[in-house]
Design a protein. Structure first.
Length: 237
């Protein structure tokens, strides 16, 4: 398949990881790369996600890759089929690379939580049957936020988004009064214990901009997002 420049960069990183971190070389290295880029996407499109493109695309999260990997490994018919087993090994290798690249600890993930039964391919009609509403029990560890620090951030901002300048009260009247989200520019998860929160680490963002900051696995710097917003709207208004 033809790779974009960004995909070529990820290809090189993945190849280097396999060679240096996992000691895979020669024909086996070339086989895993070939399967990852060609046979694996074809298999995923056939059985799991019809619109799947290249695994090097940043739009595929670790959760989705874990889900596909687990479903693939649990389906004996797919494993026994053409390129099934080697494809399962290829996606496992890529998941390890992805975790290594983004400093994710796979041992701390309960991978069974990522088995996705909500999208199932109907083998008779080739349509995706989508289900939701299944009850599941989850235990979550939540870091407490400091409400006073959050409130001061909002008041200092005038309840106006730092990136795009949106103000909910101006858009929705009384309904939107005193509403805005607060973003931690340094994720709480990077701290090992309770700590003093500097006001400089809090930033008022509207829901859209907050979502864009967290669009990918590594949060985007708010100033970088503001630059993107300004540059794009400069040419598209």
């Amino acid at each position: 398949m033809m790779l974009t420049e960004i995909q070529k960069s990820v290809h090189s990183e993945f190849r280097k990881y396999l060679r240096i971190e996992e000691g895979i070389k020669g024909n086996m290295l070339n086989t895993i790369i070939d399967v990852t880029e060609n046979k694996l996407p074809a298999l995923i499109r056939k059985h799991f996600r019809k619109d799947f493109d290249c695994i090097y695309n940043d739009k595929y999260s670790i959760e989705e890759m874990l889900s596909i990997s687990l479903q693939l490994k649990s389906d004996e018919e797919i494993l026994a089929g053409h390129s099934g087993y080697i494809s399962s090994k290829a996606i496992e290798a890529y998941i390890r690379f992805y975790a290594h690249k983004h400093n994710l600890d796979l041992s701390r993930l309960n991978v069974e939580d990522y088995i996705d039964n909500t999208n199932i391919l109907d083998k008779d009609t080739n349509d995706i049957l989508r289900y939701e509403g299944q009850l599941s029990e989850t235990t979550v560890l939540h870091r407490k936020r400091n409400r006073a620090a959050r409130q001061k951030c909002l008041e200092d901002s005038g309840y106006t988004c730092y990136v795009c300048g949106f103000n909910f009260e101006k858009a929705y009247g009384e309904l939107g009064k005193n509403f805005m989200e607060v973003h931690h520019t340094k994720p709480l998860a990077t701290y090992n214990e309770e700590h003093i929160i500097p006001q400089s680490e809090l930033c008022a963002l509207c829901s859209n901009c907050h979502s864009m900051v967290h669009r990918h696995s590594v949060a985007l710097d708010v100033d970088e997002l503001k630059k993107i917003f300004v540059e794009y709207n400069k040419h598209n208004i």
